[in-house]
Design a protein around this ligand. Structure first.
Ligand code: F3S
Ligand code: F3S
Length: 105
């Protein structure tokens, strides 16, 4: 799976959403999250993020490896919705994300 990391927090550019062929990039309160089981590893989202927040799971920089877990934890209560557009924005972030100070500009 691909993973969204810290640069997305409070930025949420959403260019990535337009590229995903399986609509598996979901909007939370402070960032977006890739569904680890729905992502088909096409990689189309990675180059379009203007803040370079998206990484293949094995390539996540060391300081952001906790985001691999955050992208999983976001779906604890949601399961596998099978499409972000129909679900819409979810006003939730895993505790680790919620606790971050204001980010971005
Ligand atoms: Fe976030 Fe980048 Fe997508 S800022 S919403 S991962 S385009
Ligand atoms: Fe979609 Fe990106 Fe995965 S475009 S299928 S979330 S690699």
């Amino acid at each position: 799976t691909y993973v969204i990391a810290e640069p997305c927090v409070d930025v949420m550019d959403k260019a990535c959403i337009e590229e995903c062929p399986v609509d598996c990039i979901y909007e939370g309160g402070r960032m977006l999250y890739i569904h680890p089981d729905e992502c088909v590893d096409c990689g189309a989202c990675e180059p379009v993020c203007p803040v370079e927040a998206i990484f293949y799971e094995d390539d996540v920089p060391d300081q952001w490896t906790s985001y691999v877990t955050a992208n999983v934890d976001f779906f604890d209560d949601l399961g596998s919705p099978g499409g972000a557009a129909k679900l819409g924005k979810v006003d939730y972030d895993p505790p680790m994300i919620k606790a971050l100070p204001p980010m971005g500009d």
